[in-house]
Design a protein around this ligand. Structure first.
Ligand code: NAP
Ligand code: ZN
Length: 359
């Protein structure tokens, strides 16, 4: 038995925010915009959203302090400032960090609980609607119910929040991404497609989306890195499709292995996951050789060679044996393992880190 549920209404196209701004009126008269510190002011996305809100007489406030890998404490700060003011909806603008922040805040504006409770209490939360405007082509957070935040101990943790009600994808915003962000976010989309395809939770519709996202990525990511706008546009589509995949399947142990590289070594999320992925799928192969073969086939015969050709392994990370042993122990407790194929052990995970980081 399987189920497919992805309720976000998605609009794609240049100028889509102003072009379809009337859709915002159905969410109410008072919006809270949640965004990062600077990029949305430069790539036109914040101006577009403000323009649409003003055109339709919707009041708004802007919270523009979302940092990369946002922490529980930043969420608490926003809750303190904005809870009880009567916002009808939240508009998240930016990469996965502001979008995930917006989804958690949409609940915390109306539920009198702490952000930690979202991760510990398994219940259905009330929330104001979320409108998502992604400006990176990677996380697909605009079509997932997942919110990944950094807890008080510095661990990245994902929890189920709410699907955005509406997502506006304007590819012009990703034309401004640096080569580095195009690579790391594009590789995140690749990981979502590959991991979702190999997950034990994969379903026929999630596989259809994953296969297509992988093919788009293989054909377009190298060109996107060279600044070809059409390829960047295609990567925004791949990221969106791959987001739909993980909204059904979740991610796998590859994501859990990437987290300490981000929190302790400052490697960007997509790169951290992508570096370990080819070695993780070698272990998954024990249980699902056909699907792993298919993945390698799509990426020109060998996923590792493809990722190397993009320059992913130019990222150098200094690690010690002790760090690797600690991360491997931690990964063995990750809930991702339950739906990851393959017999993972702390020893195999330590080997994956060593191979990926060439230590
Ligand atoms: P991000 O952390 O949102 O942003 C990274 C950097 O990119 C920031 O400095 C940001 O600037 C900048 N940026 C964003 N858009 C830009 C643009 N159009 N042009 C130039 N710079 C731009 O990066 P991300 O990779 O998209 O998101 C990563 C986060 O998402 C992680 O926390 C990860 O765990 C999470 N994630 C969530 C899901 C999910 O399903 N919910 C899936 C995968 C990953 P500003 O600081 O100015 O905004
Ligand atoms: Zn990811």
């Amino acid at each position: 038995m399987w189920r497919f549920h992805m309720p976000t209404e998605v609009f794609f196209g240049e100028g889509v925010v102003l072009g379809r701004g009337e859709l915002l009126t159905k969410f109410g008269k008072k919006a809270l915009i949640v965004t990062g510190r600077s990029s949305s002011k430069k790539n036109g996305s914040l101006d577009d959203v403000i323009g649409a809100l003003e055109k339709f007489g919707i009041e708004y406030a802007v919270f523009d302090e979302v940092e990369e890998n946002p922490s529980f404490n930043s969420v608490r700060k926003a809750v303190k400032e904005y809870r009880g003011i009567g916002f009808d909806f939240v508009v998240g603008i930016g990469g996965g960090s502001p979008l995930d922040f917006a989804k958690a805040l949409a609940i915390l504006l109306v539920e009198d609980v702490d952000v930690e409770d979202l991760y510990t209490e398994n219940r259905r939360w009330r929330a104001v609607p979320v409108v998502a405007v992604p400006t990176t082509a990677g996380t697909g957070s605009e079509v997932t119910q997942l919110s990944v935040l950094t807890d008080d101990l510095g661990n990245k943790r994902g929890c189920q929040t709410v699907f955005p009600a509406l997502a506006f994808l304007d590819p012009r915003y990703v034309y401004h991404l640096s080569e580095d962000l195009t690579l790391t976010t594009g590789v995140d989309a690749l990981c979502h497609a590959v991991e979702g395809f190999l997950s034990k939770r994969a379903t026929p519709p999630s596989d259809a989306l994953a296969l297509h996202a992988m093919k788009i990525t293989f054909e377009n990511l190298p060109k996107a890195l060279r600044g070809v706008n059409e390829a960047r546009q295609n990567m925004l589509i791949a990221s969106n499709l791959a987001g739909m995949v993980i909204s059904q399947t979740g991610t796998t142990i590859a994501h859990a292995l990437g987290y300490p590289l981000t929190t302790e070594k400052s490697v960007r999320h997509g790169a951290a996951t992508g570096m370990v992925l080819p070695f993780v799928i070698e272990v998954m192969k024990e249980e699902n050789p056909e699907k792993v073969h298919k993945v390698n086939e799509i990426f020109g015969g060998n996923l590792l060679v493809f990722l190397e050709s993009l320059g992913l392994y130019k990222i150098k990370v200094d690690v010690t044996e002790d760090e690797i042993a600690r991360w491997a122990e931690k990964a063995m407790k990750a809930k991702h393992l339950a739906h990851t194929p393959g017999a993972f052990t702390a020893e195999k995970i330590a080997k994956i880190y060593k191979e990926a980081l060439k230590t």
